[in-house]
Ligand binder design. Structure first.
Ligand code: ZN
Length: 194
């Protein structure tokens, strides 16, 4: 399992709700936590590891020891709280070394299901609320760079272009990587669990 980088097409798709979480998927979800910690992330969406499903994981502390801060939200729905959007710096494991300021709601309510299929409802404020909005966006094919102001975009544009160039280059040079097989794999994963 690895984190896919922008502009991999799976990052631009609207992920599909899960019909079931089988043992194989459960194992993959649990595998995402060490991957997230290794890459110093605080959240990871399913499509960031190539899974076209509506779920994400997070641990706002980024600390593998703090198990009580680990969350899995399956088929989540969010409601943004009232309050002035707050601007702060964000990064994304699919956009290595790119950081920019994004406006997010200071409060969010999230409902969904946990790994055992139990309904969950949580309210987050501040930084954890920011993570929830960032990860939820991923499930709708939206990356944080899609939410940048013009000046913030100017600031990171050349780095984003570089990632696009890297991906194009990989498509040209890596024989196992082509858009058709990527789409086929996505379709098979959807057919299996959605
Ligand atoms: Zn991200």
């Amino acid at each position: 399992m690895e984190v896919v980088k922008y502009p991999h097409p799976v990052l631009k798709m609207v992920c599909k709700p899960l019909r079931k979480v089988d043992a194989e998927l459960k194992a993959m979800i649990l595998e995402m936590f060490p991957l997230m910690y290794e890459t110093r992330g605080v959240g990871l969406a399913a499509n960031q590891v190539g899974l076209p499903y509506r779920f994400f994981i997070m641990n706002p502390t980024g600390d593998a020891e703090k198990k009580d801060q680990e969350f899995v939200f399956i088929n989540p729905e969010i409601t943004l709280g009232a309050g002035k959007p707050e601007e702060d710096e964000e990064g994304c494991l699919s956009f290595p070394k790119i950081y920019a300021k994004v406006k997010r709601s200071p409060k969010v309510t999230i409902t969904g299901f946990d790994l055992d299929g139990q309904p969950v409802k949580k309210v987050f404020k501040g930084f954890p609320a920011r993570i929830v909005q960032h990860e939820f966006d991923h499930l709708n094919g939206i990356s944080f760079v899609d939410r940048l102001s013009e000046s913030e975009m100017d600031y990171v544009e050349s780095d984003v272009t570089q990632l696009e160039w890297n991906f194009r280059k990989a498509l040209e040079t890596r024989e196992e990587l082509d858009l058709e097989s990527i789409q086929k794999e996505i379709d098979e994963l959807i057919a299996r669990r959605c």
